[in-house]
Design a protein around this ligand. Sequence first.
Ligand SMILES: [Zn+2]
Ligand SMILES: [Zn+2]
Length: 155
Amino acid sequence: MPDKVDSYFCPRDNAPLCRPTESNRSAFSDHGIFNCPECSGMLLNAEAASNSITESKLKEMHKAFESDCDQVDLDCPCCDSKMRVRNIVFKRINGTDMEPLELDGCPQCNTFWFDSGELQSLIGPEIKPYEEPEREASALLMALELLILLPHKFV
Ligand SMILES: [Zn+2]
Ligand SMILES: [Zn+2]
């Protein structure tokens, strides 16, 4: 893993990715999560997850991207492979399914890309995105951390 944050770029708009300011108290280590200041997308890297629950969960998710699924025109920020897309459904704590979410994953390394619109739709349409990229990143990071611990299936 490169040490420099500015070595990763957003696969959507090429903006240099930054670390969410609150990543120090997150399930993701400094090198495990990045956000895009332009589009508020989130990059996750399982190799760099700060705890084993998160890491094993993400590695399990990664398996779905190794087999055939649609390739998308996104270059993995970590290894430059073409990413793939799958629809993933997370289960709420009460057992019901959430709306399917489009998740981009790298078939080579354990990297995932969440578009902010996808995460925002889970938080709820009634909650407006923050104007400030930093606050928006924190809000999405919190949503993502809860999400990642829930059971999921690919559809
Ligand atoms: Zn972006
Ligand atoms: Zn990759």
